[in-house]
Design a protein around this ligand. Sequence first.
Ligand SMILES: [Zn+2]
Length: 391
Amino acid sequence: MKVENIAEKLILIPSFPVNKDGKKNVSGEEALAVFIENFLKKARPELKMKKQIVKGRRYNMVFSSRPLSESRLIFCCHMDTVPAKALQVGKNGNLKVNIVQDRVYGLGSVDMKGGIATLLSALEELEKPTEGLAIIFYCDEEFGFLGMKKLTEELEVKAPLAIFCEPTNLKISNGCRGLIEFCGYIKGKTAHASRPEDGRNAIFIADDAFKDFKTRIKSYENLDFGNSVCNLAGLNGGLAVKNDKGDTSIEYSGNNVPNIAYTVIEARTTEAVLNSKRAIALFKKSVEREGGTFQLDKIKHDYSAFFTPPIKLKKLEKAINEAGESVLYQDLSNTGYYDAEMFSRNFSISSISFGPSPTEKSHAEDEYVSIKSLNKTKKVYKKIMENYKVL
Ligand SMILES: [Zn+2]
């Protein structure tokens, strides 16, 4: 089957776990998973499927002919999309798909049903059996990483390379920045407003500590990503007042030096060692340097950066060349976090993304995938399978 026709079929199957109005869609990716299972049963009967229940009716699927710990090459695809936008739904309420010249329009066309279609089409066309190849289809990449969390908790996977079929404009995307967010209370010392020198204004401490923290964070750098950066995302300072239950609330009183400041700190990191634990320790030091103390309230995000050095990707580069494409790397300095990091860190597997274009249309209302790029990607996937000797 032509790759664009597989893409068409995939796009028409809804696989978003949350609807546009925020309501849960309990079957999530189920219908898409069933389609993929039936397709591969026919195309590659030697690949055995294992289901991994994620939550309720939502599940991951692993296809392989060997134990996962003996894999030579892994492809990873998330099955979910973001909720449908108005343009992507027909009058009858069903998802729409449209082919216009080189473009297949529809929800998830480029992120990442185009990538899945490419992989399925490549597998369908292979003449040799797939030895040491593993393919993982998983849930919930666009929302809470439930599928990837489950995979990394329960599976034992080994392989020299994992490829995520995300859209990358046929460039190698070999890493992403990390994301850390935490919040907590900075405590200073109150005093009467007429004698501010007797107190330590918690709001001023927050401001000065943040500036100091910024320079500490900056020293964590990676040649490809640049420096780690941070943001003071929220600040609420005033006078700490305890209620009957012992909870602290922040109130505003003009004649007092504020002794408390609730602070939200966010950082985009470029070095894997800079995790939330280290960032919080650094922030504490900055606060103490300014004469205050810091009490952590909660960690909202704790995702590390990851980077696969090109030296580990020689076979991949060779495959791209053999498929007639140029080896290009994505500029990683602006990349957001994605779950290849969890996979790469948990299993110590060199991981990258490589897929069709245009990346820029991911999650857009006029999302589309270029058919030319699907065919080029397919050629590359087949060459990679050859070069990793899974055929
Ligand atoms: Zn994606």
